[in-house]
Design a protein around this ligand. Structure first.
Ligand SMILES: [Zn+2]
Length: 253
């Protein structure tokens, strides 16, 4: 007797779609509009993973897994998926009067519209993020400014921590990462999510300590975690905050 089970792997061979996952969009959307599929070579079992921003749920499917089983799994977790996605914190745009934590301090956003200005000026001072602009939407200018603040702060912190263990940081970049807060290349280049600028101080400090500790240990061994704890100001609370509240960082702007 032959069972006809469609294999996920077969999707790779289908030349009609750009991404093999895309052909499953219809039934995924029926379960939840924010449910997407990710086919993973590393995954051993089916899993549901929420994005950092809390707005997309990924159904992680190992290669060669049956679509029917994946579908059944997602259906069984339908209510759980909906409840998790409903927990996403609402966005907070950079509008006049908004309260936004920046570099460990709550700041009130002040937008001053001035049609005579040539360029948008963004100033960060205690308790305040002041924007003087001739633009209707200065959002991209604000982000650019905050990215620079984030990069400068984390680069300084990374150099300091690296010096403590006799290592050097080659370069620090900030990016718009979705799935990780930081990464470290073997040649000493470190990359962070610029959105850590919205994190409490100990959480940013922990992420920097984590990546710097990778300069000494390119793994997550016990020795790595000891190094990471030693380089962190407040290891426990920083690590816990980022694990439990990461979605908070994605809501601003
Ligand atoms: Zn790591």
């Amino acid at each position: 007797m032959k069972h006809q089970i469609e294999r996920i792997q077969a999707a790779f061979l289908n030349p009609d779609t750009a991404k093999p996952e895309d052909r499953h969009n219809a039934w995924l959307a029926e379960i939840h509009p924010a449910l997407k599929m990710r086919i993973s070579k590393r995954a051993r079992r089916l899993a549901l993973r929420l994005d950092h921003d809390g707005r997309t749920m990924h159904l992680v499917v190992p290669v060669r897994f049956s679509v029917r089983k994946a579908q059944q799994f997602a259906l069984e977790h339908r209510e759980w998926i909906a409840s998790k996605l409903a927990e996403a914190p609402p966005p907070i745009p950079f509008t006049d009067g908004a309260l936004i934590p920046i570099l460990g301090e709550e700041r009130s956003v002040q937008v001053i519209f001035n049609p005579d200005r040539k360029i948008t000026k963004v100033e960060l001072s205690p308790g305040l993020l002041r924007i003087t602009t001739n633009r209707d939407d200065p959002g991209s200018r604000i982000v650019r400014h905050l990215k620079n603040e984030a990069r400068a702060t984390m680069a300084g912190l990374a150099q300091e921590k690296a010096a403590l263990i006799g290592k050097s940081v080659k370069e620090v970049q900030v990016r718009d990462t979705k799935s990780r807060w930081g990464s470290c290349a073997p040649d000493g280049r470190i990359c962070f999510s610029w959105r850590l600028v919205f994190a409490p101080w100990e959480a940013m400090d922990y992420v920097v300590a984590h990546e710097v500790a990778h300069l000494a240990h390119m793994n997550h061994s016990a020795a790595f975690w000891r190094q990471c704890a030693a380089l962190s100001e407040n290891y426990e609370s920083g690590k816990n905050w980022i694990r439990n509240n990461g979605a908070e960082l994605m809501r601003y702007g």
